[in-house]
Design a protein around this ligand. Structure first.
Ligand code: MRU
Length: 368
């Protein structure tokens, strides 16, 4: 997507042809800065500190992390160590394990002297696949927005509510939840997005608002608790979120607070859709509530908030009494029964085992 006149992906190779460059998302929307990653340790740190974040981008960064590892030492032992280091960065998004398993299997299958070129080539493929996948999610999901527009008589704006950031910054390009919105907007369908601020890290207020604003998509940032009120008053036509892990039975794990939005949507008859690439489906799991590991992060993300003062200086302030205990649960699980449909690169399906296997029949033998 474009920033100003320049087209960016969220991850690319530096001019030297081997270092990996990413946008430092901890500084957005106030500062646009590129970070150069040169070691597997730097790639791991970029994931855990959320310089890069969003399930598909975490996977893509891990793939390039394995390439950086192969550059340092392409032995079996070194690659196993790199795999373990990268896997330990964040527990919830299954794209991380998906990318690492894929890289490890391919690299260990060839001689050490063949691994470096293969690693870079495969990491590039993972990125290109993500772009094509997200574009296809955009095509399929935009039909839902067009249908909502037609249901409203073709005159009114379609109001979509989204939570967290599942836009191009969370993927390599386009996004998952936001791809349908970009596609519909570009096709001339009037769309307005309610952007949940998404405490504690505020990915909605900082990143989704930044993306939508840069692309010219009308939007309004709201506090996380506003969605239910808006739905009760007919101000939301559909919800679309992303996901960090979707089980084979259609349970959806996404940023904390997604479940509450799905409950409110269910209560108000508002369709609740989830956009996801194939790499976000965990075919080994059925029950998401019981089976998906939920990341718990540093309490400082809850007790403190980052921003920029009127003087233009970045600032961090504490919100809670000094020493107050805080909990920082980063994700929650929305049961499949609350999800109207899953928007994948292969089409839209019911959030169920049958629905997913209808689109991915080749997974039938291994699906939970
Ligand atoms: O903690 P984050 O910012 O990595 O969480 C991101 C989300 O929850 C996204 O909605 C999800 O990864 C889908 S991204 C296309």
């Amino acid at each position: 997507m474009k920033i100003g006149e320049t087209h960016y992906r969220t991850i690319w190779l530096g001019e030297d042809g081997w270092s990996v460059e990413v946008i430092d998302q901890t500084l957005l929307p106030h500062v646009f800065e590129i970070m150069r990653l040169t070691t597997v340790a730097a790639a791991a740190s970029a994931i855990s500190t959320m310089v890069v974040r969003g399930a598909p981008l975490i996977g893509a960064t891990a793939a390039y992390g394995m390439a950086l590892a192969a550059r340092e030492d392409a032995s079996d032992q070194a690659l196993e160590q790199a795999y373990a280091t990268l896997l330990a960065t964040r527990p919830t998004a299954v794209n991380l394990a998906w990318a690492l398993d894929d890289m490890r299997a391919r690299l260990l299958a060839v001689r050490p002297d063949q691994r470096l070129n293969l690693a870079y080539a495969r990491a590039a493929e993972v990125c290109d696949d993500d772009v094509a996948t997200c574009q296809a999610i955009g095509r399929h999901g935009s039909v839902l927005i067009r249908d909502a527009h037609e249901r409203k008589g073709g005159a009114d704006v379609v109001n979509v509510l989204t939570h967290c950031n599942a836009g191009w910054l969370a993927t390599v390009d386009w996004g998952t939840a936001l791809a349908p919105i970009y596609t519909a907007h570009d096709a001339g369908i009037p769309v307005h997005v309610w952007v949940d601020e998404t405490r504690p890290r505020n990915q909605g207020a900082a990143l989704t608002a930044y993306e939508l604003g840069s692309h010219g998509v009308p939007h309004t940032v709201i506090v996380d608790n506003a969605g239910g009120h808006l739905m009760q008053h007919g101000m939301v036509d559909l919800c679309i979120t992303g996901t960090d892990r979707t089980t084979a039975h259609g349970d959806v794990c996404n940023k904390i607070g997604t479940y509450l939005k799905a409950l409110a949507a269910h209560d108000n008859g508002v369709p609740f859709y989830v956009g996801l690439p194939h790499s976000t489906i965990d075919w080994t799991l059925g029950d998401g509530v019981a089976g998906i590991p939920i990341e718990q992060r540093d309490g400082a993300e809850v007790s403190h908030i980052h921003g920029i003062g009127e003087d233009g200086q970045a600032a961090t302030v504490r919100l809670v009494p000094a020493g107050a205990p805080v909990g920082n649960y980063a994700f929650d699980v929305t049961p499949a029964r609350l999800v109207t449909g899953l928007i994948t690169e292969r089409g839209v399906c019911p959030a169920s085992r049958e629905g997913l296997l209808g689109l991915y029949p080749e997974k039938a033998a291994n699906a939970a």
